[in-house]
Ligand binder design. Structure first.
Ligand code: ATP
Ligand code: MG
Length: 560
């Protein structure tokens, strides 16, 4: 039983009730059933966390099932990416399953349905069939082929399988009820002819089972107890149960489909079909572009698996669809990275500082804390010299008392180093500041124990030493869409809302040790935000992605 202390979601309530009614806890089994026609996105993460979370909670196995019934859209590349993403999120599946492994069993059951008079081959065009479907308020019309003999159906279905017919010339339909108030029950298609190679079964099959016929039977084959899917399948439940009823053996577990609300994230789209368009139309560089809401994009951006799981946990599951603000996801990332990311110094918009009273050519080392959140704090040494970069916005010639950064005649502490005072500026002909000349207080070095080292000044700035710092490409991201719900407009394509400034590339300077960081390593650039080493990065050309800022800058704008 789930712990009583935590409040249960409605799916857990359903499971608890089944257990109370005598369902054996050892028979609980779940699955996550992606179609390998694209990369997983943040919406899928909710479903993954739900299913695998239930597995952990009830100590029940969870299968990873590829719902691979449409060879026109599915590829091995997607299978591999999906496995990588689920593992990276921190979950272990029990069995790796493929609907395509059940093609023979599904075929045999389909033959059985034909023999029982519950399925028939329809030889009309899809337009003719659509015209007979009726409407929710008007019953459908029987197909002229509905009463074909069992023998004829068996013969045609076998010849469909053998490849004797062209794509689209025949389908196999379940014979249910053309008058049903549920349109999906009006003799749904079970098989179509498709002369296409499948990424796993090759050319063995040229008839492929439809989703509804495949999904429930696959759940049954795997003995899934609770088959959880999103709300758009609610109307399919009746058909799911009808199909199961045809083959169900009462000694076995009969899977139960239950539906929860799809998770939508603001300022992006969570639909593989739409994400594919972003890739194909080269709006982004690929499925793992750090602006993408895909798991692989979030990973490349610097999100941790913990932060994505925390996000899924925080929003929980719901019965009704709603839009989750992306700032909640960013908040989860910030919280987690704050605990784990080493603090380093990098300057993204450099302004040169010259310390006029510091010896020419001298390098000394100052000690910097790696992460104050660590249990046992560790340190590193940073080079300091006469010429430094600070952030351009950290200096003003003149400013009011609330500006706690550097201004002419004012003092600040350089983090882990000395107190400096700005004396004068050097400008070019246009008035742009080229250098700020400062003096330093030689006795004020951090950690040196002198009274001057304890002296309090209002501001502390990050910096890098010019002769030692390394150049780095810093990729700074903004939201991919300007609208909270880019696909929420009936009259406009979501691509009309692409933010043209979603990526800006900055040439920054990083402390020298950072060139050693490996792809995927995450850091806090002090006073700026969280950054992650991109796979494109090399020692010679370091590349960092900005994950999130230190604070929610959007909230700040809203306040103003
Ligand atoms: P998409 O529209 O992005 O292609 P899908 O539902 O077709 O999504 P599947 O590969 O079939 O993608 O999804 C695998 C599982 O993930 C399904 O159970 C589906 O219901 C669930 N899922 C997909 N999108 C979301 C979402 N936004 N929120 C929660 N669960 C989702
Ligand atoms: Mg789907």
């Amino acid at each position: 039983m789930a712990e009583e202390v935590k409040s249960l979601n409605f799916i857990e309530h359903i499971i608890e009730e089944d257990l109370r009614n005598g369902f054996d806890q050892n028979s609980l089994r779940f699955r996550f059933p992606p179609e390998p026609n694209g990369y997983l996105h943040i919406g899928h993460a909710s479903s993954i966390c739900l299913n695998f979370g239930l597995g952990l909670e009830y100590n029940a196995p969870v299968n990873l099932r590829f719902d691979d019934t449409n060879p026109a859209k599915e590829e091995q590349e997607f299978v591999d990416a999906i496995k990588k993403d689920v593992s990276w999120l921190g979950f272990e599946w029990d069995k790796e399953c493929y609907a395509s492994d059940y093609f023979q069993q599904l075929y045999d059951w389909a033959v059985y349905l034909i023999q029982s008079g519950k399925a028939y081959v329809d030889s009309q065009t899809s337009e003719e069939m659509a015209a007979q479907k009726g409407t929710p308020t008007r019953p459908g019309t029987d197909s002229p082929y509905r009463n074909r003999s069992v023998e004829e159906n068996l013969d045609l279905f076998e010849r469909m399988k053998k490849g004797e017919f062209e794509s689209g010339s025949h389908v196999l339909r379940a014979k249910i009820d053309m008058n049903s108030s549920n349109m999906l029950m009006r003799d749904p298609v079970m098989y179509r002819i498709l002369h296409k190679s499948h990424h796993r079964t090759g050319d063995t099959w040229c008839i492929y089972p439809m989703y509804d016929w495949t999904h429930g039977e696959s759940d049954y084959i795997e003995q899934i107890s609770h088959s959880l899917c999103t709300l758009e399948f609610a109307m399919h439940r009746e058909l799911y149960e009808w199909f199961l009823e045809q083959v169900y053996d009462t000694s076995q577990v009969k899977p139960k489909q239950r539906e929860f609300a799809r998770r939508n994230l603001s300022h992006t789209v969570v639909s593989k079909r739409k994400l594919l368009r972003l890739v194909q139309e080269k709006v982004v560089t690929g499925w793992d572009d750090p602006r993408m809401p895909t798991i692989s994009g979030l990973r490349r951006r610097g999100y941790t698996p913990e932060s994505i799981r925390k996000f899924a946990d925080t929003i929980g599951i719901a019965k009704r669809e709603n839009l989750i603000d992306v700032s909640l996801l960013e908040f989860c990332a910030r919280e987690d990275l704050n605990k784990t990311a080493p603090r380093v110094m990098a300057v993204l918009d450099p302004l040169k500082i010259v310390i006029t009273n510091y010896p020419e050519g001298k390098t000394e080392y100052v000690t910097a804390e790696n992460n104050p959140e660590e249990e046992n704090v560790t340190y590193r040494e940073l080079p300091f010299s006469k010429e430094l970069y600070i952030e351009r916005e950290d200096f003003k010639e003149e400013a009011n008392r609330k500006f706690f950064r550097l201004k002419l005649g004012g003092e600040v502490r350089l983090k882990n180093a000395y107190i400096i005072k700005a004396e004068n500026v050097i400008k070019d002909a246009d008035g742009t500041i080229l250098e700020v000349h400062c003096t330093y207080d030689e006795l004020s070095k951090s950690g040196s124990g002198t009274p001057e080292s304890m002296r309090k000044v209002k501001g502390t700035l990050h910096w890098v030493s010019i002769p030692h710092a390394k150049k780095a490409e810093i990729r700074v991201y903004d939201r991919l869409f300007t609208e909270a719900e880019p696909d929420g407009h009936e009259d406009k394509d979501f691509l009309e809302f692409i933010n043209p400034d979603s990526l800006s590339i900055v040439e920054g300077y990083i402390e020298p040790g950072l060139v050693e960081a490996a792809a995927g390593e995450r850091f806090q650039f002090q006073r700026i935000g969280y950054f992650c080493v991109d796979p494109d990065s090399s020692k010679e050309n370091p590349v960092f992605n900005k994950t999130v800022g230190l604070r929610d800058s959007w909230a700040k704008i809203a306040e103003k």
